[in-house]
Design a protein around this ligand. Structure first.
Ligand code: GLU
Length: 368
């Protein structure tokens, strides 16, 4: 038996565990999870819960003969969220707090910092943060879309030691266990590549939005930040006793040995680019070994509208995605420079402006 060394963990609980019949919350599976949370906290482990299930919990409050439009689902989420929070709250002697987020909140650096600070303050004061996507206000552009990826972003923001995704399967199998009797459970994944995604196939549960693919994406996000990620069966009691005994109940994705720095991780996995700059050349290392910068005279094209401080994608002419970075100049100014390359004024500008992206916030992507 291994000693648990976690200080802070994020648990992701899917809709199928909250509202298995899609007609309101049921305590059937949640009792074991609640007990696990209580036990972790009793051992001094800080717990953050990412709970799906608002749509499934609220569905029974709306007519079943009407089409399930996006608007209807948002209404179900708004009503079901209250029911779900009330359900969780009933299990605990300690207070819990609701945090509703969108991708729009997480990719804005100021709001992201605010989310972090609030979460840490709740934890310091013994309050259990319960997080879900704010489905009411999301649009295609603003949503994360699934709570597997959301839980990984939360785990990275909270500097968690482990992310545990409770699923309706034991873990990752070499092929879909629902279709193949001889599918083998893979207890440990050391690095996530295309072959891992291929094995994940598209096993989806009937109630939640995430399948195995989004769980692998979440594992990729979390492990690159140094966070061990588990996929485990939330329907089996044995899962929780094993976790408390320091055993692996399903699949563990081992964290990167050299995790990304927090700001670079945020830029790579959470921030969305607001625009794109096509440059002539590559990203060279400076003499000091730091990542080189892009100068004004290297800009070929500017796409999208962005302001100083926004995240942009830098790519070269053959389409290679070189980096995500913070823009030091607006798209308006960079467009002017790129469009008037030959003019005398523009040449002067090219020479006089500093690096177009901030050297301290560069996340390198593909090598050219
Ligand atoms: N936010 C959705 C809900 O609470 C769940 C999204 C998901 O299942 O991944 O119903």
């Amino acid at each position: 038996m291994q000693k648990l060394t976690w200080q802070r963990i994020v648990l992701k609980v899917g809709s199928a565990l909250i509202a298995p019949e899609q007609d309101g919350c049921r305590s059937r599976y949640l009792l074991s999870i609640a007990q696990f949370i209580v036990r972790c906290r009793a051992r001094g482990i800080e717990v953050i819960l990412v709970s799906s299930g608002s749509v499934a919990a609220g569905a029974h409050l709306f007519p079943t003969d009407k089409p399930r439009t996006v608007t209807m689902k948002k209404a179900m989420a708004a009503a079901g969220q209250t029911e779900m929070m009330a359900m969780w709250d009933r299990f605990f002697d300690f207070p819990s707090a609701q945090i509703l987020l969108t991708h729009g909140d997480l990719r804005d650096r100021e709001r992201y910092e605010s989310i972090r600070e609030t979460t840490f303050t709740l934890l310091e004061n013994g309050v259990l943060p319960i997080i879900n996507e704010n489905d009411t206000v999301t649009t295609d552009d603003l949503k994360v879309g699934d709570n597997d990826n959301l839980s990984a972003m939360v785990a990275a923001a909270a500097d968690a030691d482990a992310l545990i995704i409770f699923s309706d399967v034991k873990g990752l199998y070499d092929k879909n266990p629902n279709l193949h009797d001889d599918a083998i459970l893979l207890p440990e994944i050391k690095s996530i590549d295309e072959s891992v995604y291929a094995m994940a196939g598209c096993a989806t549960s009937a109630v939640g939005t995430g399948g195995m693919k989004t769980k692998i994406e979440a594992a990729e996000k979390a492990t690159s930040h140094g966070i061990a990620t588990y996929i485990a069966n939330g329907f089996e009691d044995e899962t929780f006793s094993k976790l408390l005994d320091g055993e692996n109940p399903g699949t563990i994705f081992t964290p990167y040995e050299k995790p990304m720095q927090e700001a670079v991780h945020w830029m790579t996995h959470t921030a969305n680019e607001q625009g794109e700059v096509v440059v002539d050349g590559t990203f060279d290392e400076s003499e000091e070994g730091e990542t080189g910068c892009i100068r004004g005279d290297e800009i070929m094209e500017v796409h999208g509208e962005f302001a100083v401080g926004d995240t942009i994608l830098v790519r070269n002419e053959d389409g290679t995605r070189l980096a995500k970075a913070t823009a030091n100049y607006s798209s308006c100014l960079l467009n002017f420079i790129a469009d008037n390359e030959q003019s005398e004024f523009s040449e002067k500008m090219q020479g006089s402006i500093g690096p177009i992206i901030s050297e301290k916030d560069i996340a390198l992507l593909e090598k050219s």
